[in-house]
Design a protein around this ligand. Structure first.
Ligand code: PRX
Length: 647
């Protein structure tokens, strides 16, 4: 049985939701009248240009619509409305890896965003509905770019700066982007690196949709500029007005696309809405992180992922909070960097991934004691299950035993938190995401909607629509329906299946156990095994390949590839070739940690690779599964033998 940790009493007294009675009451209110509940908070939280006339339209399920007829602009919610009382408050505190800092007040943010919005409109002719790809390092201009798009109704698609030219190209083409916003480069591990050449490479082929590239100069390294196509932000931004009228957006107008990996095929462009998304970003900031007016909030994610979207940019700014953005890596110049920043900037809420906690625990367990971390009130984790050891270190050493840890479970598709403790209310257990947030019907069920008995693994589903949910997959509505609403039903009606399995413990706490599909989670990054296999398959010596996730102490999971070769090649060369290819076509995050050359793969008679078996072998565990359906079952023993020999 896991130990329970109760919220700090003094903290609870001032918290937004103070105890489990209050939590239960809000849940009951939402259960009693779902639409009235959402109606109440949407009216209370959003500064509408024009009110909506209907809360939820389920007519074309699963293409749900929320707050129909309402008009708003997210930049008014995130900037404009704060100018009255917070114009000189820090909206963004940015720290470069070299220690330089920039403080962007709400007023300054307003001017910066307006200028860029005008530039996009006037110079590049970007209009409502156009797609803009943002491929940027962690600098404030990435945030300005996202918000400038939102101001004029363009749909942004941020591509993580660690993705390769090929991965960037695929996303640009799929989105049909007219403009790419990038930077010359930035700093990482103490050295300058370049991004612009990657954009140039991506645009070499099949990207006719892109008319212009806007480049921010960050490190002033020498880069190539294509005449007529490429423009330097620093040179031209001053020519544009600091005032710009916000486009009136419909509640359901897309705010952004964000590509994420699925179990099959190419990445999916997850499409989010305007009103529902911002409502939930703001509500969760206020209640899950319990952010107060003078708090300083730090989420260490990259803006290229959903966590960065919702909890560096949209959530904190919608709340009128101060958000920290850090350019570099946690180990530069040493493993105390983050703790030093917490001390110096008096961070109150700190949100990071278990992989970073494990890394900092391993390489710098003694660093935190050198710093004053007493400003911290709430600690958060996201992206993967957290092991009890890492949890305890986070709780005791970083939080001093007084901060609740909010283990937030959610996904690119959910827009914001779905299952999470509330820091002033929920008694927490190491490794448990605990309970669904009020108004969210997250349940562990079987395919037919029956609740899973306590202690048994089931499918994690969300059985009612919620405002910040994915609206569709860009350009592929059928895939949207199939990917998320094709597996599970409740009361005969398709419900959203997350792809994760989970367990209720004896007290009804939810523990996430991991993906049920062929998606792996490497350092909190979601990768499709099919995508990696596709790339490895291009290596000339490879006849067949199967990729699975293998548990890893720091990364959570690591890429493990089983390879059948068609030509003789030594293992070291093959590993090198494969990792060069993966880096080129996806990015270094997807590199294979281990490769095993095998004479064949276990397959069913219909030719399907039995990955469960391969996963078990990669973990070094004994096979207990039924192998009678394998066409040539002797291959299992052979692979096990090779695995043991290699170890
Ligand atoms: O498997 C779950 C895991 O991350 C997946 C979502 O990945 P992505 O869309 O990239 O978004 C990550 C950040 C929201 C989920 O399907 N995951 C996310 N949070 C947790 C988690 N696994 C366990 N515990 C969590 N708190």
């Amino acid at each position: 049985m896991s130990k329970i940790f109760y919220p700090n009493r003094d903290f609870s007294k001032k918290a937004k939701i103070k105890n489990m009675c209050e939590y239960n009451e809000i849940c009951a209110e939402a259960d009693d009248n779902y639409e009235a509940y959402w109606d109440k908070i949407a009216k209370e939280k959003i500064d509408w240009f024009k009110p909506y006339n209907k809360v939820l339209d389920e007519g074309n399920a699963p293409f749900y619509k929320w707050f129909i007829g309402g008009k708003l602009n997210i930049t008014h919610q995130c900037i404009g409305r704060h100018l009255k009382n917070r114009k000189n408050k820090a909206a963004i505190i940015w720290e470069g890896e070299d220690g330089s800092r920039r403080i962007i007040t709400y007023l300054l943010l307003y001017y910066r965003v307006n200028r860029l919005a005008n530039l996009l409109k006037e110079k590049f002719g970007i209009k409502k509905g156009d797609r803009v790809v943002i491929y940027m390092p962690m600098i404030p201009e990435a945030t300005f770019a996202m918000l400038a798009c939102a101001k004029i109704g363009a749909i942004h698609s941020v591509v993580f700066g660690g993705f390769s030219a090929e991965a960037l190209r695929d996303r640009i083409i799929d989105a049909g982007a007219k403009l790419v916003i990038t930077a010359d480069g930035a700093y990482r591990r103490g050295n300058p690196y370049l991004l612009k050449p990657i954009v140039d490479k991506a645009l070499e082929e099949k990207c006719e949709c892109v008319e212009n590239v806007l480049m921010v100069q960050r490190n002033f390294e020498e880069v190539n500029l294509v005449q007529g196509r490429d423009h330097i932000y620093n040179d031209i931004i001053k020519n544009y007005s600091e005032f710009c009228k916000a486009e009136e957006m419909d509640s359901e107008d897309p705010l952004f696309l964000l590509y994420t990996s699925g179990s099959t095929g190419k990445p999916k462009g997850v499409q989010h809405s305007s009103a529902g998304y911002i409502l939930w970003a703001q509500w969760t900031m206020e209640n899950v992180f319990d952010v107060k007016e003078n708090d300083t909030f730090w989420c260490t994610a990259d803006v290229g992922w959903i966590t960065g979207h919702t909890y560096i940019v949209y959530g904190p700014l919608a709340m009128g909070a101060t958000t920290i953005m850090y350019e570099g890596v946690p180990l530069y110049p040493d493993a105390g960097r983050w703790w030093k920043m917490i001390e110096e900037l008096r961070v109150n809420q700190f949100y990071t991934a278990p992989t970073a906690i494990r890394l900092l625990h391993k390489v710098g367990a003694n660093e935190p004691v050198k710093y004053d971390l007493s400003s911290l009130k709430v600690l958060g984790t996201v992206g993967e299950p957290i092991n009890p050891d890492a949890w305890m270190w986070y709780y005791e050493t970083i939080g001093g035993g007084k901060c609740s840890i909010v283990d937030t479970w959610w996904q690119t598709e959910t827009g914001g938190h779905i299952i999470s403790p509330l820091p002033g209310a929920t008694p927490i257990k190491p490794g448990a995401a605990t309970f669904p947030l009020p108004g969210i019907k997250a349940e562990i069920i079987d395919k037919d909607g029956n609740p899973t008995p306590k202690g048994e693994k089931g499918l994690l589903c969300i059985t009612k629509p919620w405002p910040s949910m994915i609206r569709t997959i860009w350009g592929d509505p059928d895939r949207f329906v199939k990917s998320y609403f094709g597996d599970c039903k409740k009361n005969g009606k398709p419900v959203y299946f997350s792809g994760d399995a989970a367990i209720y413990d004896e007290d009804g706490y939810i523990f996430i156990t991991g993906r049920t599909d062929d998606v792996i989670n490497v350092s909190g990054h979601r990768l499709g095994t099919a995508e990696i296999e596709g790339v490895i398959g291009h290596e000339e010596h490879v006849a067949e390949v199967a990729v699975v996730g293998r548990p890893d102490d720091i990364k959570g999971e690591d890429v493990f590839a089983y390879i059948v070769t068609k030509k003789d090649i030594d293992e070291a060369t093959l590993i090198k070739n494969i990792n060069i290819l993966i880096t080129k076509e996806i990015g270094p995050i997807a590199k294979a940690g281990s490769i095993l050359i095998v004479p064949g793969l276990p397959k069913t008679r219909s030719g399907k690779i039995m990955r469960r078996i391969l996963r078990t072998i990669a973990k070094g565990e004994k096979i207990t599964q039924d192998i009678s359906t394998i066409e040539d079952s002797s291959i299992v023993g052979t692979i096990e033998k090779i695995f043991k020999e290699q170890k």
